[in-house]
Design a protein around this ligand. Sequence first.
Ligand code: NAD
Ligand code: UDP
Ligand code: UDP
Length: 343
Amino acid sequence: KYYEPLKVGFQPANSGGKIPLGLKRKGLRIVVTGGAGFVGSHLVDRLIARGDSVTVVDNFFTGRKENVMHHFKNPRFELIRHDVVEPLLLEVDQIYHLACPASPVHYKHNPVKTIKTNVVGTLNMLGLAKRVGARFLLTSTSEVYGDPLQHPQVETYWGNVNPIGVRSCYDEGKRTAETLAMDYHRGASVEVRIARIFNTYGPRMCIDDGRVVSNFVAQALRKEPLTVYGDGKQTRSFQFVSDLVEGLMRLMEGEHVGPFNLGNPGEFTMLELAQVVQETIDPNARIEFKPNTEDDPHKRKPDITKAKDLLGWEPKIPLRKGLPMMVSDFRQRIFGDHKEEGT
Ligand code: NAD
Ligand code: UDP
Ligand code: UDP
């Protein structure tokens, strides 16, 4: 009864997003940094559908208004053009901190900006979480394991990362972001959650972002050769975006800080991935080998025992089921609504 007067967006700050036991949840005020990007926009859809009020904070470096435009008329949705490297004042209950380019092509484009985003941007959002007592979730990455010497990777593995390489702005930036989150947790009692995300794909990925799944799908649709870097024997494990979003929300709502690996353990070489893309889009798609990029990790596969045990989470959508959903989105965006495969 005492909970009745609470309206959407009316939850007191300092609640840390916690709802007293036995009471039906009302909408929370949630910030999603990077919410106009690929993963962020899918997360926003779920939060809005659940009844929360969502403020997206994005500088549109790799994000697009089109990804969240369908919420523009919803009074529970707000979009702020803002760079997280600058301080920000808001009153909120939870912060999902995703702002950071994820594709190697994008994060290498301006490496110093990438470090600033990861370090200063994360510091600012943690400062905000501390001030208002919000719960804070960091989207870290499997890249913190670098070129791993343990396989599959467990959260207790400390990684094998080059501190002075071309990928370091991202790997080391995210490692520092994790450090900051833990220090705010230990030193300032901020409720933090850390997700280590493995390669994720799905609708709304930038078409030309240089990541392997988006590259292969766009190439096959455009009848261009699939560009396999190196010998194509390196592996990755690909997770469909809706599985990730479910994992992020369970992590935020649960009682465990983490870090948690969130990924699909289904592991593929890049040549096997090319084959799945051929089967899905065009069996005649050609493969073209190109030189690999510097410091490319040889293999990557999550051990997700911890997330299964403590969050009750595991991915549901295998690559062969997820890929077609991404392909229809890419087909629409590349050709427009009516163009069919092979025409
Ligand atoms: P994305 O590039 O599509 O989205 C990132 C968003 O952050 C974009 O909307 C971009 O405009 C915004 N952004 C970047 N710098 C910013 C800044 N300084 N201030 C405000 N906004 C900024 O990438 P994504 O795939 O959606 O990734 C989201 C998060 O998940 C990232 O933190 C990424 O490191 C992490 N992650 C993703 C994957 C993956 O495979 N997709 C894997 C591991 C980790
Ligand atoms: N900060 C912010 N919004 C807030 C509170 C803090 O952007 O609502 C920024 C603040 O500008 C600072 C960072 O977060 O750069 C860390 O803040 P904190 O209070 O932890 O540290 P301090 O300001 O004492 O350095
Ligand atoms: N890759 C590839 N062809 C491409 C793009 C990437 O073979 O057109 C390879 C790349 O060398 C790496 C793997 O695919 O081994 C995954 O690359 P991506 O950039 O998608 O993600 P990350 O390296 O961050 O895991």
